[in-house]
Write a protein that binds this ligand. Structure first.
Ligand code: FES
Length: 555
C-alpha cells in the first residue's frame, strides 16, 4: 500500500499534537500545585519512556520536520501563502531552536550523564537558573500549540461537522494554552519558594545528578549542533528553491490560457493554481493547494499533453468527485508547455460552503432534478472490429467531449456505464434550470460528437451516433457506495425513466427524447418537435414524450 507523504505528515503531526496537549495539561496542573503536576508528569513520562511510544514520538518528530521542509520546497510561490499558513509555517520552523534549549539538556543529560530529572527539578532549573530559557520554553510550547492547532484546523475545516464544533474546539484550545501559561507562572512561584529553603536547596543538584561544568559545556555544544543542523536544513531548502527557480527560468515559459482570452506566462513546471495566483486570476483553492478539496479542478481544453501526469493522490481525489476525463486538479498539474484551462468551481467557494455542500450531499435528500442518459449506438459491433487499445482511445476521446459538454452546461457526471453516460442536472439549482441545462448539454453533446466524427473520420467506418433521454422528477440524491467507491449519485423512478427514454431513441430514430415532465419543467416551447406517447417498462400509464430528431435544432 502506498502511503502518501501528506498522510505521514498528518499522522505524525497528530502524534505530536497529542503529545503537546498532554504537556500543556502538565503545565496547567501547576495551577493546583507542583505536586499535582509532578504526579501527572511521572505517569505521562513513564508511558513516553516505553520504547514503542518513544520510537513513535521521535519518528513523528523527524518525519514531520522533514516533510514540512519538503512542503516548503514544493510550494513554488511562497508569496501566495495565506496569512494563517504563514503563521503556521513560521511557528513550526521556530519550534526546533526554541524547544532544543529544553529538550537537549533534559534528554541528553539523561543519556550522557545519567541525570534524574523530575517535573519539579526541571521547573526549578528553568525558573531559578535559566529564567530566559524557561520563558522561551513556555512560549515555545505555545508556538508548537499554535502550529498544531492551525494544522488541525486546516485538516478539519473540510469536514461537514467542523463548522458546528469549531467554536468549542477553538475555545478549548485557547483555554488550554492560557491555563498552561498561567500554570507555568504559578509553578515558578512555588519553585522559587522551594528554592528559598536552604535545606531543600542543599541537596538539589546531587539529588538529580546534574552534570558539572564540563557536562554542561558538552550539553551546550550539542545544543549548538542542533541549531546548526536546523539552520543548515532550512538554508538548504531555500537554496534548492533558488536552484529550481533558476533551472525553471532556463527551461523557458509556458502560457496558461483561461476563458475570456486571459493568459498567464509562467516558468515551466509551475502548477496551474500557481499560474492563476501569479496572474491574479481568482481561482478556488479551499485546501490551499494541498490536493485535498478538489475545488481548484479545471477542465483542460487544450494542451493536456503539456501537463505533468497525475499522481495517485490526484487520481483518487478526482475519482472521489467523479470528475470526467480531461479534468485535473490545478494545484497538482504542472504546466510544462502551453495549455488552455477552464476553472470549474466558483472562485468564491469557501471551506464552510464546501463543507456544507458535502454534508448536504452525503446526508441524502429527495429532490426534483433532471436526469440525462446517453449511449453510443452500435458501439458493441464497432468495438469488436477494433483493437482494445483503439477502443479505449476512442471511448476516452468520446467521454472527454461528452463530459466537457455536460459540465459546461452545468450538469454533473453521475457515472460512465460501459459506453453510456448518466448525468444529473439541477441538484442545486432546481428542476427548471436543471432541465434547461440538460437540454443545452444535449445539444452541445451532439455538436461535439459531430466535430469528433470529423476529427476521427479516417479511423471510423461510420460516424459515431448517440441517443439521449432526458426526464425530470423526484429522485433520492446523496453520496452512496462504500469506501473509495462512494460517490454522489441519484436513484429512483426518474433515473429509470430517463434510461428507458434513451433506449427508445433508436425506435424513434431521434437524437433525443424529452419527457413531458421535463418539457414542462423547462418552460421552453417544444411545439416544433412532435409529441408521442410511449409505454415505459416498469411504469404505470403511458408517458408523453417530445421526439427531437436533430438536437442541434434545440434553441
Ligand atoms: S486547492 Fe484543494 S485540491 Fe487543489
Amino acid at each position: 500500500m502506498k502511503i502518501a507523504a501528506r498522510q505521514v505528515r498528518l499522522v505524525s503531526g497528530l502524534v505530536l499534537f497529542v503529545y503537546v496537549a498532554l504537556h500543556l495539561t502538565n503545565h496547567a496542573l501547576m495551577n493546583l500545585s507542583l505536586a499535582a503536576a509532578e504526579a501527572y508528569a511521572s505517569a505521562m513520562f513513564a508511558i513516553v519512556a516505553l520504547p514503542p511510544v518513544r520510537l513513535l514520538l521521535y519518528g513523528s518528530l523527524a518525519a514531520h520536520f522533514g516533510l514540512s521542509l519538503w512542503a516548503v520546497y514544493r510550494r513554488r510561490d511562497l508569496a501566495t501563502l495565506s496569512r494563517g499558513e504563514v503563521v503556521q509555517l513560521v511557528a513550526g520552523l521556530l519550534v526546533v531552536p526554541i524547544l532544543a534549549g529544553h529538550v537537549v539538556p533534559v534528554r541528553f543529560g539523561v543519556l550522557l550523564f545519567g541525570t534524574l530529572p523530575t517535573h519539579t527539578s526541571v521547573t526549578v532549573a528553568t525558573t531559578q537558573f535559566d529564567t530566559t530559557g524557561g520563558l522561551l520554553l513556555a512560549v515555545g510550547l505555545l508556538l508548537v500549540w499554535l502550529h498544531g492547532c492551525a494544522g488541525v484546523h486546516y485538516w478539519l475545516r473540510l469536514k461537514p461537522f467542523y463548522a458546528r464544533w469549531q467554536p468549542f474546539l477553538l475555545a478549548a484550545a485557547a483555554a488550554l494554552g492560557a491555563l498552561a501559561l498561567v500554570g507555568y507562572l504559578a509553578g515558578s512561584r512555588e519553585a522559587a519558594a522551594l528554592f528559598a529553603d536552604p535545606e531543600w536547596r542543599a541537596g538539589f543538584a546531587a539529588r538529580h545528578r546534574f552534570p558539572g561544568e564540563e557536562g554542561a559545556a558538552t550539553l551546550e555544544r550539542i545544543q549548538t549542533g542542533v541549531f546548526a543542523f536546523w539552520a543548515l536544513a532550512i538554508a538548504a531548502v531555500f537554496a534548492a528553491r533558488r536552484v529550481r527557480a533558476w533551472h525553471a527560468h532556463r527551461g523557458g515559459r509556458a502560457i496558461v490560457a483561461y476563458p475570456g482570452d486571459a493568459t498567464v506566462a509562467v516558468a515551466r513546471g509551475t502548477t496551474l493554481l500557481e499560474a492563476s495566483r501569479q496572474g491574479r486570476i481568482a481561482h478556488a483553492s479551499v485546501c490551499g493547494g494541498r490536493g485535498r478539496c478538489s475545488t481548484c479542478r479545471v477542465r483542460v481544453e487544450r494542451g493536456a499533453e503539456n501537463l505533468s501526469l497525475p499522481a495517485d493522490d490526484e487520481l483518487a481525489v478526482l475519482a472521489r468527485v467523479a470528475a470526467p476525463p480531461g479534468v485535473r486538479l490545478a494545484c497538482q498539474a504542472h504546466a510544462i508547455g502551453d495549455v488552455a484551462i477552464v476553472p470549474l468551481l466558483p472562485a468564491s467557494i469557501g471551506a464552510a460552503a464546501l463543507a456544507q455542500r458535502r454534508e448536504h450531499e452525503s446526508a441524502g435528500a429527495e429532490k426534483t432534478i433532471a436526469v440525462m442518459f446517453a449511449d453510443l449506438r452500435g458501439f458493441t459491433a464497432l468495438s469488436e472490429s477494433k483493437l482494445p487499445f483503439d477502443v479505449v482511445f476512442l471511448l476516452n476521446r468520446y467521454f472527454a467531449e461528452m463530459g466537457a459538454a455536460i459540465e459546461a452546461a452545468g450538469g454533473r457526471i453521475d457515472k460512465f456505464v460501459g459506453d453510456g453516460i448518466v448525468a444529473l442536472f439541477g441538484v442545486e439549482s432546481g428542476p427548471a434550470q436543471g432541465t434547461r441545462e440538460a437540454l443545452a448539454g444535449a445539444r452541445a453533446m451532439i455538436e461535439r460528437l459531430a466535430a469528433l466524427n470529423a476529427a476521427l473520420a479516417h479511423d471510423l467506418d461510420a460516424p459515431l451516433r448517440i441517443g439521449i433521454g432526458i426526464h425530470a422528477g423526484p429522485a433520492i440524491v446523496g453520496e452512496m457506495g462504500y469506501s473509495q467507491a462512494r460517490q454522489f449519485t441519484a436513484i429512483g423512478d426518474t433515473v429509470n425513466t430517463a434510461s428507458r427514454l434513451e433506449a427508445l431513441t433508436k425506435k424513434f430514430a431521434a437524437d433525443l427524447l424529452v419527457s413531458s415532465d421535463a418539457v414542462i419543467a423547462s418552460g421552453l416551447d417544444f411545439a416544433a418537435f412532435p409529441e408521442e406517447t410511449t409505454d415505459i417498462r416498469g411504469r404505470q400509464g403511458a408517458l408523453a414524450v417530445r421526439v427531437v430528431k436533430d438536437a442541434t435544432k434545440l434553441v
